[in-house]
Design a protein around this ligand. Structure first.
Ligand SMILES: *Cc1c(COP(=O)(O)O)cnc(C)c1O
Length: 494
């Protein structure tokens, strides 16, 4: 399996090169040359397997240079009982007859980012060995909240790596910030950026493509790599859980082999829903992909109009991990829809110069055949949390609530009640204050007190790593302006 840039297919890369580089030199995203098809009997075979084995089976199809033995070791380490609080790893919980919630937050940081970020460090360090790279990887991460902690937890004390996380100063929840600032490990750094997530992400991309900085780093024995969802090693492990969810539904006889399902995903950077799209390309019987956004509804408009336009007000919402106006991974979808890197490159050039592009009618039609876009505001998010809790006794977080709203809107509009898998992306306790408020309580000022209150109100315990935050020491306090992010890199490497 070879990998190419979304903007240019003249250079081809191996999987390990793609994982090490993170981003192509031309600014494109490294992406498989083609998406392999699941063999005929795959879903039947996978049905009987544990999550870890399913991961090996699926990832192997994209990672020829990795042996089954290697991938088995990685999967056992990444998804073992010391990391995930359920042996199912990503359990499917049926909320009502045809609505199935795929719970992706049973890992160490209580958000779905763990599904990929527990795996990525294994893929990356093995890739370094395979390519005989002996420099230290300096991993830069821009986070809207959950990626940062997930990456820190995945990479802490991993030999051959240093990791630096940038987060928007006022754009993450109190619990998210505390999770990052208390991170342990000798190879980690955390820095706040004055600005929003897009500023942090743009800053990281600028550092990546600054040739002078790269060379200075190389002289000191470092090279930049990325743990953001632009890295193929992030997207790939996410394909696994959609296929796994389908197999669970098969195993539990909630669907029949070959039966279509819809998938609904609360979306920000387009990484998670892209993985569902790839699962579909591999042959998983997914009919519609429902893309759920909050008030930062740039993707809803894109899917409906074929125009991507980031020139609009930025909203800080109750679902901060989706407060994004530049959805990086959409570029990979564009490659798949156009099959033409030059066309993608053209759109991305327009995006860089005007913040806007319009796809051709042909591409728009292809897009609309697969994707439906819906969004909701914070009031609706709160209403849905309350209503799902009242009706089903099921507690969901603010991001997952946006997806439930989108699914409800889709079903209302189309009358299509195909079984749906809703990606549940965070534990409700991670956004405890907002969830309490949605349930009609006045949340306490401290995010940690909110955890306890939510536990008391619902009778459900907070995930252990969140409860443990109270006793952790704050280790980081650096804040930089958005054009001074290099300072933080310099201090980390000192
Ligand atoms: C990151 C995140 C999202 C958005 O996922 P993308 O892959 O960026 O689309 C949604 N919900 C939560 C809780 C997240 O952490």
């Amino acid at each position: 399996m070879r990998y190419i840039s979304t903007r240019d297919n003249t250079n081809q890369y191996s999987a390990s090169q793609a994982i090490i580089q993170g981003l192509a030199k031309d600014g494109g995203l490294l992406t498989p040359f083609y998406i392999p098809k699941l063999p005929n009997n795959a879903l039947e075979d996978l049905k009987a397997m544990a999550y870890q084995q399913r991961a090996v089976y699926i990832m192997k199809m994209f990672l020829e240079e990795f042996s089954v033995k290697e991938l088995t070791d990685f999967a056992n380490a990444a998804y073992g009982p010391d990391k995930f609080d359920t042996p199912a790893v990503a359990p499917v919980r049926t909320v009502d007859g045809n609505t199935h919630c795929l719970e992706l937050w049973h890992g160490p940081t209580s958000a779905f980012k763990d599904m990929a970020l527990q795996m990525l460090p294994h893929l990356l360090t093995a890739s370094l060995t395979k390519t005989e790279e002996n420099k230290t990887a300096c991993i830069l991460v821009a986070t809207s909240g959950d990626t940062g902690k997930g990456a820190l937890e995945g990479f802490k004390d991993v030999p051959g790596t240093k990791i630096l996380v940038f987060y928007p100063k006022d754009g993450v929840s109190q619990v998210q910030e505390l999770q990052m600032l208390t991170q342990e490990g000798d190879n980690v750094g955390v820095c706040a950026v004055v600005g929003n997530f897009d500023d942090a992400q743009t800053g990281v991309k600028a550092l990546f493509s600054d040739e002078e900085v790269r060379q200075a780093l190389a002289r000191r024995g470092y090279f930049f790599s990325s743990a953001n969802s632009i890295n193929w090693g992030r997207v790939l492990p996410q394909i696994v859980y959609y296929i796994s969810a389908y197999c669970d539904l098969l195993r539990d006889e909630k669907i029949a082999l070959g039966q279509s399902v819809n998938v609904c995903v609360p979306t920000g950077n387009f990484g998670n829903i892209l993985a569902a799209y790839y699962a579909r390309e591999m042959g998983l019987p997914i009919d519609q992909l429902i893309c759920a956004s909050n008030e930062n509804n740039v993707l809803t408009d894109f899917i409906r109009e074929g125009v991507y336009d980031r020139n609009r007000p930025f909203h800080n919402t109750l679902s901060p991990s989706m407060d994004i106006l530049i959805s990086s991974n959409l570029e990979r979808l564009l490659l798949s829809l156009t099959q033409d890197p030059a066309e993608v490159k053209g759109y991305m050039a327009q995006m860089a110069s005007t913040g806007r592009y319009q796809v051709s009618d042909k591409i728009k039609n292809r897009l609309q055949k697969r994707f439906r876009g819906y969004f909701c505001d914070d009031r609706e998010t709160q209403r849905v949390i309350q209503s799902v809790y009242d009706k089903f006794g099921y507690l969901i977080d603010t991001h997952t609530a946006v997806a439930f709203s989108a699914l409800e809107q889709y079903r209302g509009e189309t009358g299509d009640d195909t079984p749906a898998i809703v990606a549940s992306t965070a534990s409700p306790f991670k956004f405890g204050a907002s969830v309490l408020e949605a349930l009609g309580e006045i949340p306490p000022a401290s995010g940690l007190d909110a955890l306890d209150r939510l536990a008391a109100k619902t009778g459900q315990p907070a995930p252990a790593p969140l409860a443990a935050l109270r006793n952790k020491k704050v280790r980081f306090n650096q804040v930089v302006e958005k054009d001074h992010m290099l300072d933080a890199v310099v201090s980390l490497l000192e």
